[in-house]
Every structure is written in structure tokens, then in C-alpha cells.
Design a protein around this ligand. Structure first.
Ligand code: AP5
Length: 241
């Protein structure tokens, strides 16, 4: 939404005010999105955030921001990310611990790309238990590996917001330009077929066991379907409240 509210049409403004009032009646939710690279976690997160009044915490986005800002943490994470390996558990656990304390997370959060190892999952459980909280649902985005190459190599992103597009499946209104800001889109350094192999390897060996860890809370989604169908199955899994 633009910073100058006088530019916002009244009906849009009223809709947003109503949505925020409705947020007061929503139940708290703590949701994990898990799945291989390119399965659609980042694509679906803004809708879930909007509908359930949650904050969206994507460790990949946080790490990319740290790399771009050349912080000590970013410099440490850069090499692992560019090779498709995982960044150390300590780094990402620290990021999530801080981020979940933000006021925007008061109704709960969507964790996108975290936890990615069983060590991370256990630390998360401990952290939440200390706050008298726990994970409510784990949405497992199931997509066969062979479909992910096209998804990842055709992706374009808006660096500032993390919005992602696809040259075939979700093109921007104007090629190469973000729909909202008009700024240029970019390619992620790890979005190539070679690095994807390493990322998929890390997913199957280190992240798939996290699905077992949360077995009782997992809902499997057919994430190889069109985006609106995936969104509908997420809605069914999370309910409207
Ligand atoms: P991260 O940024 O988390 O990458 P990822 O898990 O590999 O996931 P992606 O962002 O690639 O995929 P996505 O599921 O969000 O897909 P999207 O919605 O964009 O992590 C990057 C790196 O950071 C890691 O490799 C690691 O080094 C490090 N890292 C991060 N977290 C870490 C952690 N916890 N521990 C250790 N290291 C960590 O969709 C992809 C494309 O498909 C888009 O173009 C989209 O438009 C399109 N698309 C989406 N849905 C559909 C659909 N239904 N049909 C057709 N196309 C679709």
C-alpha cells in the first residue's frame, strides 16, 4: 500500500480496514511450510499471511538480505548459499528466535524454509515450549523433482520484496519488471540447474527427516497443481478462522 493514503481508492482502504478488524477474531497460528526448492512456498506465503494475519519469516530472504548488506553473518552464509549447501544451524536459529518476537508476529507466523534440519526443528520446539507455544500445522509441498528444474530456472524475483514470478507460469505484467513497484526483476545466483542438484540433495538428506519429526501435524499438499488449486488446498488445511 502506498505511504500517501490519499492515493488509495476509498473502497480499497475500507477493505483493508475491515481485514485488520477481522484479524482480531482470528485464532493464533504457527505454521511451517516445507518442501523442495521451487515447490511454491514463497509464492503461497503472501496469501496465507494476508488471510490469517500472520508474519512471514523466510530464512532464505533474511540470509539474502544479509549477503547483500555484506554483514558478518551474510559473509559467512554466502558461500554455502551459492553452492546449494545449508547454512549453519546456529545462524538460522538465531535469526528466527529474534524475528518471531516482532509485533507483526503477535497472531503467529509462517515459517518458510525453516526448520530445514532436525536440529533446527528441535531448537524451534524448545524455543516455543518456553513461550508456552507450539507448531500447529506443517504444510508439506509435494512436487516431483523433475518439475522443479523448470520452476527454478524460469523464476524471476523482485529483490526488495521477495515477490517471485515465473516466465511461463506466473509472468509479470511487463517482462522483467515488478508489478507493484515497477523496479527491475533479477535472477537468484542459486537458480541454475547445477546448484539445484545440490539444493535437492540437501532437501532429501537433511530436510525430509523434519517431515517425519512433525508427522502428527503434517498435511501433504499436491503442489504440482496450478497456484490457485494449491492455495485452495492450503485454505482447506488451515480453515478460515
Ligand atoms: P530458500 O530461499 O529458502 O530457497 P528454497 O527452499 O530452495 O526455496 P525457493 O525459494 O527456491 O522455492 P519456493 O518454494 O519459495 O518457490 P517459489 O514460490 O519461489 O533458501 C536458499 C538458500 O538459503 C538455501 O539453499 C540455504 O543455503 C540457505 N538457507 C535458507 N534457509 C535455511 C535454513 N533454515 N537452514 C540452512 N540454510 C538455509 O516458486 C518457484 C517458481 O515456481 C516461481 O517462479 C513461481 O512463480 C513458480 N511457481 C510457484 N508455484 C507454482 C505452481 N503451483 N505452478 C507453477 N509454477 C509455480
Amino acid at each position: 500500500m502506498p505511504s500517501d493514503l490519499t492515493e488509495v481508492p476509498t473502497d480499497e482502504l475500507m477493505k483493508e480496514i475491515q481485514r485488520r478488524l477481522d484479524c482480531n477474531t482470528k485464532e493464533e497460528k504457527r505454521v511451517i511450510l516445507i518442501g523442495p526448492p521451487g515447490c511454491g512456498k514463497g509464492t503461497q506465503s503472501p496469501r496465507i499471511k494476508y488471510e490469517h494475519c500472520l508474519c512471514h519469516l523466510a530464512t532464505g530472504d533474511m540470509l539474502r538480505a544479509a549477503v547483500a548488506a555484506k554483514t558478518p553473518l551474510g559473509l559467512e552464509a554466502k558461500k554455502a548459499m551459492e553452492s546449494g549447501a545449508l547454512v549453519s544451524d546456529e545462524i538460522v536459529i538465531g535469526l528466527i528466535e529474534e524475528a518471531t518476537k516482532q509485533p507483526e508476529c503477535s497472531k503467529g507466523f509462517i515459517l518458510d524454509g525453516f526448520p530445514r534440519t532436525v536440529v533446527q526443528a528441535k531448537k524451534l520446539d524448545e524455543m516455543l515450549a518456553k513461550r508456552g507455544q507450539g507448531i500447529d500445522k506443517v504444510l508439506n509441498f509435494v512436487v516431483p523433482d523433475q518439475l522443479l528444474v523448470e520452476r527454478v530456472t524460469g523464476r524471476w524475483v523482485h529483490a526488495g520484496s521477495g515477490r517471485s514470478y515465473h516466465e511461463k507460469f506466473a509472468p509479470p505484467k511487463v517482462a522483467g519488471v515488478d508489478d507493484v513497484t515497477g523496479e527491475p526483476l533479477m535472477k537468484r545466483k542459486d537458480d541454475n540447474a547445477e546448484t539445484l542438484k545440490a539444493r535437492l540433495g540437501a532437501f532429501h538428506s537433511q530436510t525430509a527427516p523434519v517431515i517425519e519429526h512433525y508427522a502428527a501435524k503434517v498435511v501433504a499438499l499436491k503442489a504440482d497443481r496450478p497456484q490457485d488449486e494449491v492455495a485452495a488446498s492450503i485454505q482447506a488445511a488451515l480453515g478460515s478462522k
